[in-house]
Design a binder for this molecule. Structure first.
Ligand code: NDP
Length: 342
């Protein structure tokens, strides 16, 4: 059973060498009687920026850290190959927390969601259950509708816009009647935002010397909603460009991972003068909306109203590099690892 193990706690940005491929033990491909668990074959594994937080020796977060020497845990799409839980049958597809390995015995089956065969049949790729229809898609949905308080005609800006979360935020905002601008780190991503994802405008933030001036150019009338995936100097630049009563949904701070962007905030006074609402959120705060999210987003996808871009890498051994790539912007769209075939 091949596995990816965290070698030791990381310091700042993760490196490929912080993880290693291990052969693991030979396992019996069965769910032991009395375990109430399921033995799954992992098909797709998700690389998500939040996992970096679990690689730090930091125990005061909303989720506990991994232990050095143990296999990495993350979201996946898996096939049940044996079951001691009457709710799951051999051959069914499930999504939820699993391990970065070929086969996993999942004991906490209450966190698994079955993937309905009919969803699969209508052309929704299985891997979308860790992207568009998984935690990142839900983050976009809950963050946009529940935190941003969007209105038709609002001017919305989203950073890391071509990523797993950002690409859906922009598309939902367009469907809602907002004017949408996104930023991303390469020309190719900017082209995708404008030509494939239907954003009104997009720009490469790495080509801008002055982020405040760039946002002023794209939003001469100001920003009503900033969906912040990056934090740091981009958040400060957005603050300078917010309209009165604007809303900032603080979703992530991926620029702060290595803490190289030490820009201090110059524009905080605007929070008072412009009565800006800044709200941090965790997608799990809204988990009761998950069934509605699945229905809405599956519907939009089937109707051709939204698309989803994935960055698929092959093989468990590709996972460390793919994960590290999230922090330099190597991924174009949702980063997924294909580890097994159906
Ligand atoms: P992405 O698919 O967007 O991948 C990360 C992207 O971040 C990279 O592709 C890169 O894109 C960008 N990035 C990396 N380093 C920097 C940097 N220094 N400055 C600016 N941009 C950078 O990831 P997700 O869509 O999965 O996650 C987006 C954000 O949402 C993250 O901050 C994540 O932690 C957060 N999140 C929060 C959740 C919540 O419940 N609050 C749940 C899920 C995610 P580029 O080329 O554009 O630079």
């Amino acid at each position: 059973n091949k596995q990816i193990v965290l070698k030791s706690y990381i310091n700042g940005s993760p490196l490929e060498t912080d993880m290693e491929l291990k052969l693991g033990n030979r396992i019996k491909v069965e769910a032991p009687k009395g375990s109430n668990g399921v033995l799954v074959k992992n098909l797709y594994l998700s690389c998500d920026p939040y996992m970096r937080g679990r690689m730090l020796d930091f125990h005061d977060s909303y989720i506990p850290p991994f232990s050095p020497g143990s296999v990495i845990e993350g979201f996946g799409v898996s096939k049940v190959v044996d079951s001691d839980d009457p709710n799951f049958k051999r051959g069914e597809f499930v999504t939820g927390l699993t391990n970065w390995e070929e086969y996993t015995l999942i004991l906490n089956t209450s966190q698994l969601r079955k993937i309905q065969q009919h969803d699969h049949g209508i052309g929704i790729p299985l891997s979308y259950h860790i992207g568009l229809l998984g935690m990142p898609g839900f983050t976009a949905y809950a963050g946009f509708y529940e935190v941003c308080a969007p209105k038709k005609g609002d001017y919305l800006y989203v950073s890391a816009a071509s990523g797993a979360v950002g690409q859906l935020v922009g598309q939902l905002a367009k469907l809602h009647g907002c004017y949408v601008v996104g930023s991303a780190g390469t020309t190719h991503k900017v082209q995708l935002l404008k030509n494939k994802l239907g954003f009104d405008e997009a720009f490469n933030y790495k080509e801008e010397l002055d982020l405040e001036a760039a946002l002023a150019r794209y939003f001469p009338q100001g920003i009503d909603i900033y969906f912040d995936n990056v934090g740091g100097s981009m958040l400060d630049a957005a603050l300078a460009n917010m309209r009165a009563h604007g809303r900032i949904a603080v979703c992530g701070m991926v620029s702060q991972n290595s803490r190289t962007d030490k820009q201090s905030f110059r524009n905080m006074f605007g929070v008072i003068s412009k009565r800006i609402t800044i709200k941090g959120f965790l997608q799990s705060d809204f988990i009761q909306l998950y069934p509605r999210f699945l229905e809405d987003i599956t519907g939009y996808y089937k109707e051709g109203k939204i698309v989803y871009i994935e960055n698929m890498n092959d093989g468990l051994e590709s996972a460390p590099a793919a994960f590290v790539g999230l922090f330099s912007g190597k991924n174009v769209g949702k980063q997924v690892i294909r580890v097994g075939s159906e």
